[in-house]
Write a new protein. Structure first.
Length: 119
């Protein structure tokens, strides 16, 4: 079992920045099993959407709409993945979730961290 704990969310003014963190742990957790790390977000009443992803090899991918303001990175030594969010807008307000996917096909999700951007 893998546990993911997100942190770093909060209230920020429009134009501000936040860095979200996601720490992975668990008795079965191992770097070699992980295929990707991803950040998703879900605004209230809307569907969850992909924000950024990073593969085991460090290759990043972003939806076109997220590319300019979000950056995903990873610290393998700390089993932590980050999401740097810049120039935030009120429409970025959402619960942000971290997910880890194994080569086996199994995926794990954190409980999310809330980001609120005020205008």
């Amino acid at each position: 079992q893998v546990q993911l704990v997100e942190s770093g969310g909060g209230l920020v003014q429009s134009g501000g920045s936040l860095r979200l963190s996601c720490v992975a742990s668990g008795s079965t957790f191992g770097f070699n099993a992980i295929a990707y790390y991803r950040w998703y977000r879900q605004p209230a009443g809307e569907q969850r959407e992909l924000v950024a992803g990073i593969s085991r090899d460090g290759i990043t991918n972003y939806p076109e709409s997220m590319k300019s303001r979000f950056t995903i990175s990873r610290d393998n030594a700390k089993n932590t993945v980050y999401l740097q969010s810049n120039a935030l807008k009120p429409e970025d307000t959402a619960d942000y979730y971290c997910t880890v996917g194994e080569f086996s096909g199994r995926a794990y999700w954190g409980h999310g961290t809330q980001v609120t951007v005020s205008s």
